[in-house]
Design a protein around this ligand. Structure first.
Ligand code: CS2
Length: 479
């Protein structure tokens, strides 16, 4: 079967929507680090819409550690299909990527970051890709940061930002704007502080220049984008009549909320559907704690029940009802009101999205990197509940389910995906339920003192870990 390409694009069925611009006319204005499924399903679609009227915002996709996506894009002239799988499915070919750089392409990345026409750097490098410590500041002892401090070609994303900004300053140019598109609270603020902290080690004037001139707006990103799988490749090939190895699937819903920034003559992201607001923090907290908090809860509890996907978990009445109570009675009360956002309505909309039967979103995928995700997703809510004197028994359940997940994987000898996989597995191996809770509470990058030191929460988690070990999960879901 032929591959999707500029050549085969012309013959695609009429029902498939195609770029509303000539890809040959597009220039590179954005460098993106981490062109995984989420980027291709989310930001790239916004820039693809912008390109219809402004050809300056083509994307250079940078993936210096894994070649897969870049090779697939290269074989397809940068084109891929966004399969929107929802109540009304549709297929859209995206042509926003005009350059793609894989392992060994560091010199090219450095050159692009120094190019004045490149005015935006975006990132989806996952939570762990920012090399932050438990308190959200740059972890100076992280191996990639240690390597970057020693000089040479950057290893970390933050290292690339510092190098790129240094080159622009040296040339007397303007900084690029940085848009962090990962699920961290205060993502722009944290990345800005990390970049300045690393720059300071190199050159205090550079750090000051970055602080004074470079914009790092906070963003909230949202669209459920499961990893591409064989079923998707087959479905897209059947609908397009050509093979597409870079295709991605996502739900119809998509949201990109971007905090205030000054950026003359930039891309009109608002016209492409993004929301520009002064209260991105309110949206971000609601999304991280409600959507992502429930996602992680469903993942660890659903896996304990032997379920496979988010939709399966929502099909389990006791689990779905537990998730709804957790959101409405524990998570929402810990959120400050946000103008224009009804938290209860948002919760129902999220639960409805989770029921989307057209999407197979694996719980095991969401379970990745729990040590990085739990603090923003569930433990910020827990800290707020502790401070306000609200009960924490229900919040303890998903946290215990995470511990139980690690213990089960350790017992089965199956590796987990997590930057702390080694130490977590070691702590969990052979532990009794009480020891398991005790040992995992000692991971202070996950559990800050306010939480680890709270006797009620510790007792509730320990009891729930015990109940999970004894397969008394229904009693927990009844909470
Ligand atoms: C999910 C997110 O994998 C995960 O941890 O919770 O990727 C989630 O699907 C997105 O944040 C939705 O916008």
């Amino acid at each position: 079967m032929n591959r999707l390409s500029l050549e085969t694009l012309r013959d695609l069925p009429a029902a498939v929507s195609k770029p509303a611009y000539d890809p040959a006319q597009v220039s590179t204005g954005v460098v993106h680090f981490g062109p995984g499924a989420f980027h291709r399903g989310h930001q790239a679609a916004y820039f693809d819409s912008v390109l219809a009227s402004d050809p300056r915002w083509g994307i250079a996709a940078v993936s210096l550690r894994s070649p897969g996506t870049v090779e697939a894009l290269a074989a397809q002239d940068g084109l891929y299909t966004l399969a929107i799988l929802d109540r009304e499915p549709s297929m859209r070919v995206i042509g926003a990527h005009r350059e793609w750089i894989g392992p060994g392409g560091g010199a090219k990345v450095a050159a692009l970051l120094a190019t004045p026409q490149v005015r935006i750097v975006t990132s989806t490098v996952t939570e762990k890709g920012y090399c932050l410590a438990g308190d959200g500041t740059l972890d100076m002892s992280h191996p990639d940061i240690v390597a970057d401090l020693a000089g040479g070609e950057p290893r970390s994303f933050v290292g690339w930002l510092v190098q790129g900004l240094a080159a622009r300053r040296a040339a007397g140019g303007d900084p690029f704007m940085v848009l962090c598109c990962d699920n961290l609270s205060g993502n722009g603020r944290k990345l800005r502080a990390a970049t300045i902290a690393l720059a300071e080690r190199r050159d205090a004037d550079l750090a000051k220049w970055i602080a004074d001139t470079a914009a790092f707006p906070d963003t909230m990103v949202d669209s459920i984008t499961p990893a591409s799988d064989d079923a998707l490749y087959a479905q897209v090939a059947a609908e397009l009549g050509v093979e597409d190895r870079a295709t991605v699937q996502r739900e119809a819903f998509t949201q990109w909320v971007i905090g205030p920034y000054q950026f003359a003559d930039g891309p009109d992201l608002a016209a492409a559907g993004a929301t520009l607001t002064s209260d991105v923090g309110g949206y971000e907290r609601a999304k991280l704690r409600i959507l992502n908090g429930l996602h992680s809860s469903l993942a660890y509890l659903g896996l304990a029940l032997g379920l496979e996907t988010v939709a399966d978990a929502m099909g389990e009445p006791a689990l779905a009802a537990f998730a709804e109570r957790l959101a409405l009675q524990d998570i929402v009360p810990a959120l400050d009101p946000v103008a224009g956002l009804d938290h209860a309505g948002y919760t129902q909309a999220v639960l409805n999205r989770f029921r989307n039967p057209a999407i197979r979103h694996l719980l095991s995928q969401i379970a990745w990197d729990g040590s990085q995700k739990l603090p923003y997703r569930l433990l910020d809510t827990t800290a707020a509940a502790i401070r306000a004197g609200r009960p924490v028994e229900r919040l303890a359940v998903p946290v215990a389910a995470w511990m139980h997940f690690i213990a089960r994987r350790a017992a089965e000898g199956v590796a987990i995906t997590d930057p702390l996989a080694g130490p977590l597995t070691e702590a969990a191996a052979g532990a009794s339920p009480a020891q398991l809770a005790e040992r995992l509470f000692a991971f202070d990058s996950v559990f800050r003192q306010e939480i680890a030191g709270n006797a009620s929460f510790r007792a509730a988690v320990t009891g729930a870990v015990q109940a999970l070990a004894e397969r008394r999960i229904e009693t927990l879901l009844a909470r």
